[in-house]
Design a binder for this molecule. Structure first.
Ligand SMILES: *[C@@H]1O[C@H](CO)[C@@H](O)[C@H](O)[C@H]1NC(C)=O
Ligand SMILES: *[C@@H]1O[C@H](CO)[C@@H](O)[C@H](O)[C@H]1NC(C)=O
Ligand SMILES: *[C@@H]1O[C@H](CO)[C@@H](O)[C@H](O)[C@H]1NC(C)=O
Ligand SMILES: *[C@@H]1O[C@H](CO)[C@@H](O)[C@H](O)[C@H]1NC(C)=O
Length: 214
């Protein structure tokens, strides 16, 4: 190997010396070295180019990784509705929040009051909810409007979400006649004249806010 390097040095020295050593075929020898050098330079350049590419790729991958991390975190926070809570002073049963008014109004005005707070007059979906609400009521003599009234056209009790009342879930005491609205007490649910003034109960459903995030 050292001889090769000697040879290389020779070619770079002035012609007078190299002429003696490589008297025959000197131009061929020189050309071969030039080609070799060019090859080495090309090789070096491509190695540098490749390493730059590799470095830029390895720098990119942590960024991609972290964006995946963010996505996973985002899914985690948006897909756990258990973390959502009712507003202050509202009571919670499963995924619903409830509040009882302190003033008294007509059924129509109570309906309007609940919808102002992005909630609804109470809809009772099962016996468990009925018991929960009746347990909240302290004063046995009080009546509270719920989201149920008697429709003149169908002659039936109808929830404000459009569904007809299932009489297995709750029984209404009183008359089934026009301008009748339902009010709940600690023990029973009554048919009352819609224009009379009572307190009322609003409900709000807790739901994950997935759309707002993505
Ligand atoms: C997170 O949600 C995105 C789209 O919303 C989905 O492509 C990705 O697979 C989810 N990641 C996990 C860990 O659920
Ligand atoms: C309307 O509310 C009642 C009482 O909670 C419920 O039984 C019924 O399924 C609801 N209907 C719709 C369409 O959500
Ligand atoms: C009963 O409730 C419906 C809404 O569900 C309303 O349009 C209608 O006016 C109410 N009836 C009375 C007598 O207030
Ligand atoms: C409640 O309002 C509806 C229209 O929104 C009306 O038709 C109905 O007569 C009102 N009921 C009472 C008791 O004021």
């Amino acid at each position: 190997m050292p001889y090769v390097w000697q040879d290389l040095e020779m070619t770079e020295k002035p012609a007078s010396i190299s002429e003696q050593n490589v008297s025959q075929g000197a131009p061929w020898h020189q050309l071969a070295w030039k080609l070799g050098c060019a090859g080495i330079i090309l090789l070096l350049l491509s190695v540098i180019g490749l390493s730059v590419l590799v470095i830029s790729l390895t720098q990119k991958s942590p960024m991609e990784k972290s964006s995946v991390d963010i996505q996973e975190k985002r899914n985690y926070t948006t897909e756990t509705p258990r973390q959502l809570q009712c507003p202050k002073h509202w009571l919670q049963l499963q995924d619903k929040c409830f509040t009882i008014s302190s003033s008294s109004k007509t059924w129509n005005d109570s309906l309007a009051d609940c919808s102002q707070g992005e909630s609804s007059l109470l809809l009772i979906q099962d016996q468990e909810e009925l018991r929960f609400i009746q347990n909240l009521i302290k004063n046995e003599g009080n009546l509270y409007w719920i989201g149920l009234n008697f429709t003149l056209s169908e002659k039936k009790w109808k929830w404000i979400n459009g569904s007809l009342l299932n009489h297995d879930i709750l029984k209404i005491f009183g008359e089934n006649k026009e301008n009748s609205c339902a009010a709940i007490s600690k023990m029973k649910v009554f048919s009352e004249i819609c224009n009379s003034e009572n307190k009322w109960i609003c409900e709000k459903k807790l739901k994950p806010v997935r759309n707002k995030v993505s």
